[in-house]
Design a protein around this ligand. Structure first.
Ligand code: NAD
Ligand code: UD1
Length: 341
């Protein structure tokens, strides 16, 4: 298939591009590089041994999005582009609603007008809020706790209405749990701008000496060791999940929702221990107060994705840490700053 990948220069997008190119798809990337680097696209090309069309375009530029759709005429779109920092979304809600929701509306309008009816959308486990029962199934109540999460829920609902109005659409909403790790080569990985918000990149930066110590946000949660429990999923498993979703959509019209996780949770202290053995370095940490908006526990029931998509995660926590560490060690400052376009 010919696929347009919005946000393809970003963390999850770049890994998914490699998997899709290796599966024989042709891809074009649309990204404004607001949270990513052109170098990531060059490395995707290097890893897959194939050229990728790249359009530096902001989804808020409606005409530019239409131009890309007209030039590329894709068979389908994978839509990663969006802002994702929870704290920033609380401080600047309009920025988040405009970028994520209006950006998606522009994309969907261009798809409709150019008769592109296949979409895979990056949703998030954050739409579940703080569930009462575990593991979390797709029919759990939806109650996101912050503006970022609410943009994801709004986009899900827009897609539901779109498919209700025109059932020829094929839409996959993928709710990711906690993506971590990197490509086995160490050439692409997660490169946060500024201090990382998320656990794994923070630990990796402590291990490599960029930060002094990790703050563990609370050891008094109702979990076995008192620290927060999450369903970490290797980014390459997640990338495979997108290829599986596309295969599924080839045979199924309508809208389909799947959680992508491993089905098992690890605590912060367990992740620290796994990273220490993967890296051979000690991770200095101190117990800090709870982070506002955090939940104690989150893990997926990946059964629906296994049954319907024929997909399941295969890489364990040791592989997630080893691969994140290889990337961090080879690229201690992330991607080099761009010197060319
Ligand atoms: P990322 O920031 O690395 O990638 C997002 C990409 O979108 C970036 O390259 C950025 O430059 C681009 N982008 C942002 N706004 C844009 C716009 N208006 N026009 C064009 N490009 C734009 O993030 P990621 O971790 O790869 O996440 C990808 C998607 O998955 C996001 O939608 C995110 O909300 C979602 N998600 C991520 C996680 C996670 O923990 N990483 C978890 C659940 C869901
Ligand atoms: C974060 C996002 C969520 C998003 C998810 C997946 C927040 C508040 N939520 O959630 O919207 O869907 O990522 O990308 O950002 N921790 C520490 N010290 C740190 C960082 C994290 O102890 O420096 C702990 C957290 O308290 C949590 C666990 O590590 O228990 C994982 O945190 P994080 O990686 O930020 O992911 P989530 O909290 O699941």
């Amino acid at each position: 298939m010919k696929l347009l990948i919005t946000g393809g220069a970003g963390y999850i997008g770049s890994h998914t591009c490699v998997v899709l190119l290796e599966a024989g798809h042709d891809i074009a990337i649309l990204d404004d590089l607001s949270n990513s680097s052109r170098e990531a696209v060059r490395r995707v090309e290097e890893l897959a041994g194939k050229a990728v069309a790249f359009h530096q375009v902001d989804l808020l530029d409606e005409q530019a999005v239409r131009n890309v759709m007209a030039i590329e005429q894709p068979d389908g779109v994978i839509h990663f582009a969006g802002r994702k920092a929870v704290g920033e979304s609380v401080e600047q809600p309009l920025l988040y609603y405009r970028n994520n929701v209006t950006g998606t509306l522009n994309l969907l309008q261009a798809m409709q007008d150019y008769n592109v009816r296949t979409l895979v959308f990056s949703s998030s486990a954050t739409v579940y809020g703080e569930p009462d029962t575990f593991p979390i199934t797709e029919d759990a109540p939806l109650n996101p706790a912050n503006p970022y999460g609410r943009t994801k829920l709004m986009i899900e609902r827009i897609c539901i209405d779109l498919v209700a109005a025109d059932p020829s659409w094929r839409v996959s909403l993928l709710r990711y749990f906690n993506p971590v790790g990197a490509h086995l080569s160490g050439r692409i990985g997660e490169a946060p701008d500024g201090p990382p918000n998320n656990l794994l990149p923070f630990i990796a930066q402590v291990a490599v000496g960029r930060r002094e110590e990790l703050s563990v946000f609370g050891d008094d949660w109702p979990t076995p060791d008192g620290t927060g429990v999450r369903d970490y999923i290797h980014v390459m498993d997640l990338a495979d999940g997108h290829a599986a979703a596309l295969n599924f959509l080839a045979d199924n019209t309508g809208l389909h929702i799947h959680s992508l996780g491993t089905g098992r949770g690890y605590s912060v202290l367990e992740v620290i221990a796994a990273f220490e053995s993967a890296s051979g370095r000690r991770i200095a940490y101190r117990i800090a107060s709870r982070r506002a908006g955090d939940i104690p526990t989150s893990w997926a029931d990946p059964g629906k994705a296994r049954r319907e998509l024929g997909w399941q995660a295969t890489r364990n926590l040791d592989a997630m840490c080893a691969d994140a560490w290889r990337w961090q060690l080879q690229n201690p400052q992330g991607y080099p700053k761009d010197t060319s376009g």
